[in-house]
Design a protein around this ligand. Structure first.
Ligand SMILES: [Zn+2]
Length: 436
């Protein structure tokens, strides 16, 4: 049954949502805590966040997942999705998620907009209000995953398809480290979970959205020009925009999580629910919960190409065959390392592997041009060979780790650079033999 079977409207509606949040935290005090991130722009309302986690596991041993909703005031659907997600997070089904993740839900990012039932926000960059709110939030919880909820109404969808769709938006703003493929993989799984429950979601990339924005609303004529240039959006992104962290001077789009991707290589998604075609009583909240639930579940498991379980954010440069990966014993250590090497991704100028005449030897060169040393990371190679025997880095044997998918072996080699330059890695292995 829906948590909200009606649409909360105006001051009364916001008060109702806030009262529900307080009651929720009271009912679930062992796993839930409310914090206040700041005040609405008109200074009339708090902006609360609810932290849900298993407190017996140290924060450093968990990933951080952030769920934000109702950034755009008139996008009503997001109002009922937050409570639905919170209720799920308190259920037995979410036990593993609470153990492995700290989840922060901000049910109403823009209280003033919700009361006014107006957009009251920005499509170009994030607002000053959001910079403050997200600065407070992310200075406490550097996110490994962020999902930002919006909602489409009667006339708020694309220029060609109005009133009736729900969308998952892979919101990565670059294609570094196979992110296009990884985001497609993850969003495909989200769509599947929704479809099984009877909710037909579409996947639209940021570039797809851009294409819709420039069409002709009246005639439905499509803007073909914007299908031709894949990198258009990257050109218009303002890379100097950043969140305002309270203790630092101000540094930092439709979706509020772009800056988190750029700074921490956070896995980021936007979701558009639909409050025109689905009423709260008909399951609007559930349809919004499902993509989030699917994503949170994925954050508990290990992706086949990843060394560690969790959101697939560690591959920061290269591809599946040869790549630079974040390292660390715990999710907390990997968060810190990921921020550092993600920032240095442009400074890896050589990633080269060859197999010459000897079928038992693979030679790798890694070149680094930067000066952020010492720099620790993992080099990952996807190998056809089943058995890996030894790895040397510049002639010295090193410990390495392997994981297997259904047809290959991933080798993870710790590298620790003390200066810029070239590292030579030799991997010895049994020759490739096809399985019978
Ligand atoms: Zn929106």
């Amino acid at each position: 049954m829906a948590i909200f079977d009606h649409m909360p409207m105006g001051e009364e509606g916001l008060t109702e949502i806030y009262a529900w949040i307080d009651d929720y935290v009271k009912r679930n005090s062992t796993i839930a805590e409310k914090i206040v991130l700041g005040r609405s722009e008109d200074d009339k309302w708090d902006v609360p966040a609810v932290i849900i986690t298993n407190r017996s596991v140290a924060e450093d041993k968990k990933q951080n997942a952030i769920v934000t909703l109702a950034r755009h005031g008139q996008e009503r659907g997001a109002r009922v999705v937050g409570p639905e997600i919170l209720e799920y997070l308190a259920s037995d089904d979410a036990g593993e998620t609470r153990k492995k993740q700290t989840i922060v839900v901000v049910p109403v990012v823009n209280p003033e907009g919700v009361v006014l039932d107006k957009f009251h926000s920005s499509l170009h960059g994030i607002t000053d209000h959001e910079k403050k709110i997200f600065g407070v939030l992310c200075s406490r919880f550097v996110p490994d995953m962020m999902i930002d909820y919006h909602s489409l109404g009667k006339i708020d969808a694309t220029k060609y398809d109005r009133g009736d769709m729900e969308v998952i938006i892979p919101a990565n703003t670059t294609r570094w480290g196979m992110d296009e493929q990884i985001y497609n993989h993850v969003s495909g799984k989200m769509v599947k979970v929704c479809a099984v429950a009877g909710w037909p979601y579409e996947i639209h990339s940021l570039e797809d959205l851009n294409y819709y924005y420039f069409g002709d609303a009246k005639t439905g004529r499509r803007a073909h020009k914007y299908m031709q240039e894949k990198v258009f959006l990257l050109h218009i992104q303002n890379f100097s925009e950043h969140y305002d962290f309270p203790e630092k001077p101000p540094q930092y789009t439709n979706y509020t999580n772009g800056p988190a991707y750029l700074k921490w290589h956070t896995m980021i998604f936007g979701v558009e629910t639909n409050h025109w075609s689905i009423s709260p009583a008909e399951g609007l909240g559930e349809s919004g919960l499902l993509p989030c639930q699917a994503l949170l579940d994925m954050g508990n498991s290990r992706f086949p190409w990843e060394h560690y379980s969790g959101y697939p954010t560690n591959l920061v440069d290269g591809d599946f065959r040869i790549s630079i990966r974040a390292t660390g014993k715990t999710p907390g250590e990997r968060r810190v390392n990921r921020e550092k090497i993600w920032k240095e991704r442009v400074n890896f100028d050589i990633l080269k592997r060859v197999m010459l005449d000897n079928p038992e030897e693979t030679l790798v060169d890694v070149g680094y041009l930067g000066n952020d040393v010492p720099l620790d990371f993992e080099l990952s190679l996807r190998m056809r060979q089943n058995t890996i025997k030894t790895v040397t880095v510049d002639g010295r044997p090193v410990d390495f780790d392997t994981v297997k998918d259904n047809c290959s072996t991933y080798v993870f080699i710790p590298l620790s650079l003390t200066k810029a330059g070239l590292s030579h890695i030799t991997v010895t292995h049994e020759p490739f033999r096809r399985k019978d």
